[in-house]
Design a protein around this ligand. Structure first.
Ligand code: DMJ
Length: 470
C-alpha cells in the first residue's frame, strides 16, 4: 500500500496546487474569496480503510480492463455482449474522460497515462453531430476541467474551451434558457422543452471555464439562464418539471427533487461554494427553504421528499428513488447534517427493502415503481459526504454495505452490468461511464478519505472535483 499512498498524496497535492489561470472575468459580481466562503468542514485525519480500498480498486480495474479489452476508443462498454456503444455518430470517449480523474485519485498511473494518450490523440469536437448539452457538459466538459486542474496539462483546457465554444449557441433563445441539444459543428439547436436540471447544471463547468480562460461569455450565459429560471419559480418558491425556453412558461408543474430537477438545487449551492457569488447563495437558500416547507414529508418518523404541485403545494405523489438520493449529500454540504442523516437513513431503507435500490418506489406503500438500477452513485455519494463531514464510521459502514450490494448484484465476467429489475436480478447490456466517474470514486474516497482535501474542491454532479480559482 505504500506506493499507492504516495500516489494519493501526489494527486491530492496536484489538486490543491498552484493554479495558472488568469483573474476572474470582468463581468463577475460581488465575490467572496474561497477561503472565506466555506469553513473547513470536513473531519481531518480520517483513517484509511485499507481492506476496503483494495476491494474498490479491484472493482475499478475489473471495469476498466473490460472497457480496454472490448470497448477501447468508444463511449461505453457493453458488458454482456463484450462490445461497445457510442452515443452519437463519433465517439466522445465518454468512459475514459469520465474515469481519468478517478484513476489519478486511485494512483493508477499506467491506466491514466494510456487513457490520456487515447483522449488527447483522438478526441475532437469538430463533428457534425447533435448532442445532449447536459450530459456532454457534466461528463466531458466537467471531466476535461478536472483533468486540467489535477495534472496541470493545458491541452485539457484547450479541449474544454473548444467544447464550450461549440455549446454556447445552446443559449440562443428569447429567454436565454438553453436548448436541450446542440450541433457541435453547426451550432444548430433543438429542444425547447427543457427542465431545471438540464438548465441549471451547466453553471459549475461554464463558470469555471470562464475563470480559467478569462473569457466571461460562458459564465455570463449560465448565470443569466439560472437567474431567469429562478425568477420563474412559483409564489411558493418551487420550480416545475418542464419549462418552455421560448417564453418561460411551465409545461409541467410537478415539483420534486428527482431526475429532471435534482442537480438544479445541487448547483445553486455548489456555484456559491466554487465562485463565491452571493447571488447563487441567495437562490440556494430560497430553494432549500421551499423544499423544506413544501416537499419534506414525515412518514412514521422517517423523512422523505414528496412530489407536489409547484403552485398549490398539494402533494401529488409519494415517489422517491435512486436519483433523489443525491439530496443527503447536498443537505450535508449546505450545513444541515441532521436532515441529511435522517434522509440517508430513508435511502438505506430503500436499499434494504429491495436489496439494491430501484429507480423509484412509493415510500408509503413500499411498492416499487421503475425497477431498474443502472449502477447509480447517489446513495454512496451521500454516505461519503456524511462520513467526511461527521467522521462517523457508521456512514462509511453504510457506504461499504451499499458498494458490496452493487458488486454482488452487477458484476459479470466483463465488467459490471445495469440491472433491468432489482428483484429478479436480470441484467442489461450496459455500463454507464458514471460508474467509473462517480460510483467507484465515491466508494474509493470512503475507503481513502485522505485522497483529496474535501474542503478544497467542489464536485460537479458527475463527481469531477473542481477547484476554486483565486
Ligand atoms: C450522473 O450522470 C449524474 O450524477 C447526474 O446528476 C444524474 N445521473 C447520473 C448518475 O445517476
Amino acid at each position: 500500500m505504500r506506493r499507492s499512498s504516495l500516489l494519493f498524496l501526489t494527486a491530492a497535492a496536484l489538486l490543491a496546487g498552484a493554479c495558472d489561470a488568469p483573474g476572474p472575468p470582468a463581468s463577475r459580481t460581488a465575490r467572496v474569496p474561497a477561503a472565506l466562503r466555506r469553513e473547513a468542514l470536513s473531519v481531518k485525519g480520517l483513517p484509511v480503510d485499507t481492506a476496503f480500498a483494495r476491494e474498490v480498486r479491484e472493482a475499478f480495474l475489473h471495469a476498466w480492463r473490460a472497457y480496454e479489452a472490448h470497448a477501447w476508443g468508444h463511449d461505453a462498454l457493453r458488458p454482456l455482449s463484450r462490445g461497445w456503444r457510442d452515443w452519437y455518430a463519433s465517439t466522445l470517449l465518454m468512459t475514459p474522460v469520465d474515469a481519468y480523474d478517478t484513476m489519478l485519485l486511485m494512483g493508477l498511473d499506467d491506466e491514466a497515462r494510456r487513457a490520456k494518450e487515447l483522449i488527447l490523440e483522438n478526441l475532437s469536437f469538430d463533428r457534425d453531430m447533435t448532442v445532449q448539452v447536459f450530459e456532454v457538459n457534466i461528463r466531458i466538459l466537467g471531466g476535461l476541467l478536472s483533468a486540467h486542474q489535477m495534472d496541470g496539462d493545458g491541452r485539457w483546457l484547450e479541449l474544454a474551451r473548444d467544447l464550450g465554444d461549440r455549446m454556447l449557441p445552446t443559449f440562443a433563445s428569447p429567454t436565454g434558457l438553453p436548448h436541450v441539444r446542440v450541433n457541435l459543428a453547426t451550432g444548430a439547436v433543438e429542444g425547447t422543452e427543457n427542465n431545471p436540471a438540464e438548465i441549471g447544471t451547466l453553471t459549475l463547468e461554464f463558470g469555471l471555464l470562464s475563470e480559467l480562460t478569462g473569457d466571461p461569455r460562458y459564465h455570463d450565459a449560465v448565470k443569466a439562464a439560472v437567474s431567469r429560471l429562478h425568477a420563474q419559480r412559483s409564489t411558493l418558491g418551487l420550480v416545475g418539471s418542464a419549462i418552455d425556453i421560448e417564453n418561460g412558461d411551465w409545461l409541467n408543474p410537478t415539483s420534486h427533487v428527482g431526475g429532471g430537477i435534482d442537480s438544479y438545487y445541487e448547483y445553486l449551492l455548489k456555484a456559491w461554494l466554487l465562485f463565491g457569488d452571493e447571488d447563487f447563495k441567495a437562490m440556494w437558500e430560497a430553494g432549500r427553504q421551499a423544499l423544506e416547507t413544501h416537499l419534506a414529508h414525515e412518514v412514521d418518523g422517517r423523512l422523505w421528499y414528496a412530489r407536489v404541485d409547484m403552485l398549490t403545494g398539494e402533494r401529488v405523489a409519494t415517489r422517491f428513488g435512486a436519483l433523489d438520493a443525491f439530496l443527503p449529500a447536498v443537505l450535508a454540504l449546505g450545513g444541515d447534517l441532521e436532515r441529511a442523516a435522517r434522509l440517508q437513513e430513508s435511502v438505506a431503507l430503500m436499499w434494504e427493502t429491495f436489496g439494491v435500490e430501484p429507480e423509484s418506489f412509493d415510500y408509503v406503500t413500499l411498492e416499487r415503481g421503475h425497477p431498474g438500477y443502472p449502477l447509480r452513485p447517489e446513495a454512496i455519494e451521500s454516505a461519503y459526504y456524511l462520513f467526511v463531514l461527521t467522521g462517523d464510521e457508521r456512514w462509511r459502514e453504510m457506504g461499504k454495505d451499499l458498494f458490496r450490494r452493487v458488486v454482488a448484484a452487477t458484476r459479470v465476467d466483463a465488467g459490471f452490468a445495469h440491472l433491468k429489475d432489482v428483484r429478479t436480478g436480470e441484467k442489461d447490456d450496459a455500463m454507464e461511464s458514471f460508474f467509473l466517474a462517480e460510483t467507484l470514486k465515491y466508494a474509493w474516497l470512503l475507503a481513502v478519505p485522505t485522497a483529496l482535501d474535501f474542503d478544497a474542491v467542489v464536485f460537479n454532479t458527475e463527481a469531477h472535483p473542481l477547484r476554486p480559482v483565486e
